[in-house]
Design a protein around this ligand. Structure first.
Ligand SMILES: N[C@@H](CCC(=O)N[C@@H](CS)C(=O)NCC(=O)O)C(=O)O
Length: 213
């Protein structure tokens, strides 16, 4: 048995964890959870993660959920030089956590309005309004990120775990009109990060393509 087992759904937020596991080079295996078949809501999966969501990471210490917690745990265990997440007590670490927390708690929920508007209301016209407002907010967000992206890395001076997170979030934005990953500065950045061998391995294992489904 490998040290870690990642429960994932292709292209979902679990891809951030998958890419990091590859980047860190730690032994892991993956188990696909079919969200369309509602495997995440079945008793068997809920025994592992009662929230019925991916990612869930089985570790030697127990099951860990929530992208932010998993990313921090893996970096603290396997990133001795603080490349992906700087060491405790540093300003750089605080700023990287600020970025991943924003993606998890502000931007990901906007995508819920875009992809899952039926979660917000029964009435179709209300659902349409939820999606429409979510779309506007996402476009404003990505336009802002595109304008701000000046250097080689989205997260700042060095490549961090926040870049992996934004890569997955930006990829969801390919469904917007205009596509987030075709924006002037995001596109070349996105092409570079998805060319990383570790990121490619994670995407190939999940059967997803950077610009495709
Ligand atoms: N706050 C959680 C969100 C996890 C989440 O929403 N995962 C989605 C995939 S990106 C999921 O499992 N959706 C299935 C559902 O909500 O029914 C995290 O950051 O890990």
């Amino acid at each position: 048995m490998k040290m870690y087992t990642l429960y994932y759904s292709p292209g979902s937020c679990s891809l951030v964890v998958h890419a990091l596991l590859e980047e860190l080079g730690v032994p892991f295996e993956v188990k696909r959870v079919d969200l369309v078949a509602k495997e995440h809501l079945a008793d068997e999966y809920r025994k592992l993660n009662p929230k019925g969501k991916v990612p869930a990471l089985v570790t030697p210490e127990g099951v860990l959920t929530e992208c932010v917690a998993i990313l921090m745990y893996l970096c603290d265990k396997h990133d001795p030089h603080g490349k992906w997440l700087a060491k405790p007590g540093t300003w750089q670490r605080a700023k990287t956590i600020e970025q991943i927390a924003t993606l998890a708690t502000e931007v990901h929920p906007l995508f819920n309005r875009f992809f899952h508007q039926d979660d917000f209301a029964d009435a179709k016209d209300v659902q349409d309004a939820v999606k429409s407002r979510g779309t506007q907010k996402l476009l404003a967000y990505f336009r802002g990120e595109d304008a701000a992206l000046a250097g080689p890395h989205w997260s700042g001076g060095t490549l961090t775990v926040a870049d992996l997170y934004f890569m997955v979030i930006a990829r969801w934005g390919r469904r917007l009109e205009p596509s987030a990953i075709r924006m002037k500065n995001i596109e070349p950045w996105f092409m570079r990060i998805t060319e990383r061998p570790a990121v490619k391995r994670a995407m190939e294992r999940e059967g997803v393509k950077p610009f495709g489904t």
